[in-house]
Design a protein around this ligand. Structure first.
Ligand code: NAG
Ligand code: NAG
Length: 278
């Protein structure tokens, strides 16, 4: 009899967790997802809108930075000179960045263009998985499902560029001369208005054309990340539900065990009617 009850409890438990798992799937797909080509009309919108004004689309190659390169020397240093600026001797952005740019060891491979002079350490950019997870789940670029390798490559390049490129520090949204530590709207990590080579943005748009991305706020990745807290709260509810369900089932099994124990020891809790009468 006891095993039959256990089986019943197991069936109840699996039904309950299955329902909860389905509820979770509904929550996750609440992010509005659409293909890149429907969200961004062209490479310009992709570069400018996705990154909330961190970058601007620039067609003049001598005034435009590239997020990736194969040259021995970093071509972005020339761009800085063409803009009348000087290559920074400090890493002005503060996220996972080093204090000053410098060389990284031979094992530095994922963001290899910056090996000789980088604002990132090998440890922070050791793999695609590591890079993706560095900023928290709200910043995962595959929240609408896995991206094709061609498309994901551009997100890795952007992350390498942001973490490793010393010249990116020239475009901090709140540069040191304006930065006010007691103003909660200021930060040391955000960028603004860095000119990016138009061909790079266009290639990114072609590579991701049919991949799915968060279309919230016209594809603003920052706004989409900000919606994560709501989703997180819903997920928290699911976890509480599962834990509560498990506790109820454990309690049920305990009670059943107790009943069986009493019956086996000859002191059943529920006696047959005639026995109770006598
Ligand atoms: C591109 O930018 C460079 C450097 O600022 C400038 O000298 C050149 O005239 C620009 N070219 C065009 C076509 O605007
Ligand atoms: C810095 O920010 C605080 C808080 O917003 C403000 O009260 C203060 O006036 C600011 N200081 C400067 C120099 O702008």
């Amino acid at each position: 009899m006891f095993s039959a009850l256990l089986l019943g409890a197991a069936i109840l438990f699996s039904t309950l967790t299955h329902d909860l798992a389905e509820a979770k799937v509904v929550v996750t797909s609440d992010i509005p997802c659409r293909p890149f080509h429907e969200i961004y009309p062209s490479g310009r919108e992709l570069c400018e809108k996705m990154w909330d004004g961190s970058f601007v689309y620039e067609t003049n190659r001598s005034r435009a930075y590239t997020m990736w390169f194969f040259d021995q020397d970093n071509p972005n240093d020339d761009v800085t000179r063409n803009l009348g600026l000087s290559a920074p001797s400090l890493c002005h952005l503060r996220y996972l960045h080093k204090d000053t740019p410098g060389p990284e060891p031979d094992t530095f491979a994922e963001c290899h263009p910056w090996k000789e002079n980088s604002c990132c350490t090998e440890d922070t950019v050791s793999s695609v998985q590591k890079i993706k997870q560095s900023y928290g789940p709200e910043w995962h670029w595959d929240r609408c499902g896995p991206l094709t390798p061609a498309c994901e490559r551009f997100f890795v390049q952007e992350a390498c560029f942001y973490e490793c490129e010393p010249n990116a520090g020239l475009f901090r949204k709140y540069p040191d001369r304006h930065f006010n530590a007691s103003d909660p709207s200021h930060n040391r990590w955000q960028m603004s208005g860095m000119p990016i080579w138009s061909d790079f943005c266009d290639a990114w748009h072609r590579a991701c054309r049919n991949d799915q991305f968060c279309s919230h706020d016209d594809g603003n990745f920052f706004s989409c990340a900000a919606t994560y807290t709501e989703e997180q709260a819903a997920d928290g509810g699911t976890v509480v539900g599962i834990v509560f369900g498990c506790l109820v089932i454990v309690a049920l099994i305990g009670v059943l065990g107790f009943l069986v124990f009493r019956e086996r020891t000859g002191q059943p809790v529920f006696k047959p009617l005639e026995q109770q009468v006598s």
